[in-house]
Design a binder for this molecule. Structure first.
Ligand code: AMP
Length: 113
């Protein structure tokens, strides 16, 4: 189910432009519009779930597909094969788009958590 006012639902529907780097039946991967690393991708499940804590058994296949997409994205990396995967959950954690997504960050040395 997509939400009319959701930016990621609109990107998936092709109504808002984005730089797509990978897509399959369950996920779309785009470049983040405000990158925080040389490689900053967003892995977006093609189902409108607000965040990881709102996942149901029915949606879980989309979250799994998002994790599996990292295999494809890692193949596209040049140089270091290291990457960080983040999903912010809630405003205090830094979430600003309330459609589940995973930040795929690479291309620089990451600071400790
Ligand atoms: P978060 O703050 O964890 O919810 O992540 C949302 C991310 O979406 C931010 O890093 C934004 O820069 C990114 N973003 C928002 N709108 C767009 C867009 N239209 N195209 C690409 N990335 C976007």
């Amino acid at each position: 189910m997509s939400h009319q006012s959701c930016v990621f639902c609109n990107i998936i529907a092709g109504k808002i432009p984005a730089t797509k780097v990978y897509e399959n039946d369950r996920v779309m991967v785009i470049k983040d519009i405000a990158p925080k690393a040389p490689v900053h991708l967003l892995i977006i499940p093609k189902v409108h779930v607000p965040d990881v804590a709102a996942l149901t058994d029915e949606d879980a296949v989309y979250a799994t597909a998002a994790l599996l997409a990292t295999t494809e994205l890692k193949k596209q990396l040049t140089g270091s094969q290291s990457f960080r995967l983040i999903t912010n959950t809630g405003t205090d954690a830094g979430q600003s788009v309330f459609h589940l997504h995973f930040h795929f960050l690479s291309g620089k040395k990451m600071v400790d958590l």
